[in-house]
Design a protein around this ligand. Structure first.
Ligand code: PLP
Length: 493
């Protein structure tokens, strides 16, 4: 039963929020947060009884939508009764084992080992630490192997050990892409390619460099897809070379980059990235915190784009965000040096693989299979895209891009030249007008200007044509109003 039935209760909640609750990434001065009290399917309801179509699925994360609380809650309750908590530090328990086996079976290629964490940032943090320690562990394993390998001449063995020891592993650097978001803990934050998020916390963890992302919209006119791919791969290779290839442990990229607006890679890109990682012996890590578990119609988007990563980070969709759980998934090859008797990955967190979180994730996957969510997304993605593409008729909409249930609409000041809005215009247009207006009209999506200004659209994966029409209708009306403001006032204020 909800406890916020009266206006009086809502006022009290609002007051308590104002006085005590510190919201994430929120300008708190004078902010009166909307209070969301319940959800069902693709819809949310606030404390005043207003309904909203959630075209962002929480934070790109409530993949099943809000309608499975009863069933998933029952699984959580049963696990609470049986074993409310135990740890993955040296111990296992049935739900973590079952979930690891399930995730391994859904992961493409030779991804086979699963290390649980509590969310996306922790997964990225753990991936980088794992990549750094992998080279140390591999070095130690090599030394050990040389020491125990019988050779004809003791001098040969000695020389081999000395030569290996002369090459201490110094691979600690990572490469990511401009404007990409990968989380907020110090390691994950350092990997972020968004200067505004990084700057307040410098100096960051050494050392990350950022390469071009796959934003094609602002590339020179006439550039072919092949030329674009070549440009991106040259940039990556030059960056590896300038950092010193033997110092780089990881290339970390999303299959479709969210921040900046649903950047899909051009043909040949992933094969090229894989080849460069192989050439310089660098681990390739796919950040599937958003793209994993159905957003692109596959359990992992690495399968859709044939990325063949050594490491995958995932979180949000693993439980449809009904639980705080994430994972790092790796190949046997990456785990091998850690299988030595005295070797271990020196990392752990109390809640990694929490049994109740694991039970929830297992139930989420079971429901996704039963409801044929992958087939639903693949079967509807063309219709979804075609519906959103109606927005291209508006003068303010320059581009609609993405795949699966993951799209961005880029806003431009001039469609011909693709000229974008400046910072002040973004402030008044996106923050001042679009975000509140869309919410007022009952649509939750994100107006984002971490790169060029875009509206991000990423609904629950149960959305149908009815929801595509509704969100496109509200977006169309509101963007037309926004253009009116831009043109009638000669600005956006
Ligand atoms: N990686 C990506 C690609 C993300 O989109 C996010 C969050 O949005 C993260 C990592 C961090 O996840 P979390 O917020 O669960 O820490």
């Amino acid at each position: 039963m909800t406890t916020f039935e009266t206006a009086h209760d809502v006022d009290a909640l609002q007051r308590a929020a104002r006085n005590h609750l510190w919201l994430h990434f929120t300008r708190m001065g004078g902010h009166e947060p909307p209070i969301i009290v319940r959800g069902d399917g693709c819809y949310l309801e606030d404390a005043h009884g207003n309904r909203y179509l959630d075209a962002l699925a929480g934070l790109f994360s409530v993949n099943l939508g809000y309608g499975y609380g009863e069933e998933i809650g029952q699984a959580a309750l049963e696990q609470m009764r049986e074993l409310p908590f135990y740890t993955n530090w040296s111990y296992a328990h049935p739900r973590a084992i079952e979930l690891a086996a399930e995730v391994a079976s859904l992961a493409p290629g030779d991804l086979n080992r699963v290390f649980f964490v509590s969310g996306g940032s922790e997964a990225v943090e753990a991936a980088w630490k794992l990549a750094r320690q992998y080279y140390v562990a591999r070095h130690q394993a090599k030394l050990k192997a040389i020491a125990v390998t019988p050779t004809a001449e003791p001098e040969t063995r000695h020389d081999a050990i000395v030569s290996e020891m002369r090459r201490p592993p110094t691979r600690y650097k990572a490469i990511a892409r401009h404007i990409a978001y990968h989380g907020t803990t110090m390691g994950a934050l350092s990997i972020n390619g968004i200067p505004a998020l990084r700057n307040p916390f410098e100096p960051l963890v050494p050392e990350v460099r950022h390469v071009h992302n796959t934003n094609r919209y602002h590339r020179p006119a006439g550039e072919t897809e092949e030329e674009f791919t070549r440009f991106l791969l040259d940039d990556l290779e030059q960056t590896i070379l300038s950092m010193g290839p033997e110092t780089v442990c990881m290339v970390h990229m999303e299959p479709v980059q969210n921040a900046g607006g649903a950047f899909v890679a051009p043909a040949g890109y992933w094969q090229g990235v894989r080849a460069l990682c192989d050439k310089y012996e660098i681990l390739l890590s796919a950040d599937e915190v958003i793209t994993g578990f159905g957003r692109l119609g596959h359990w992992f988007a690495s399968e859709r784009y044939d990325i063949r990563p050594d490491i995958v980070t995932c979180a949000k969709g693993l439980s449809s965000s009904y639980a705080a759980i994430g994972a790092v998934v790796t190949t046997d090859r990456v785990m091998e040096p850690f299988l030595e008797a005295t070797s271990m990955y020196s990392h752990g967190i109390t809640f990694g693989g929490h049994p109740v979180m694991s039970a929830i994730a297992l139930k989420n996957i079971e429901i996704m299979k039963r409801e044929r969510i992958m087939e639903h997304v693949l079967g509807n993605e063309d219709a979804f895209r075609a519906t959103l593409e109606q927005l291209l008729e508006l003068p303010i909409v320059g581009d609609v891009r993405g795949a699966g249930y993951f799209y961005a609409v880029e806003l431009v000041r001039d469609k011909e030249t693709r000229a974008t809005f400046d910072d002040a215009e973004c402030e008044t247009l996106l923050r001042g007008f679009l975000s509140p207006r869309l919410f007022e009209k009952g649509l939750i999506c994100r107006a984002d200007d971490r790169g060029d200004p875009v509206i991000q659209i990423s609904p629950p994966l149960v959305a149908t044509q009815k929801e595509f029409d509704e969100m496109t209708g509200i977006l169309g009306e509101t963007l037309a109003e926004a253009w009116e403001r831009v043109t009638s006032k000669g600005g956006t204020s």
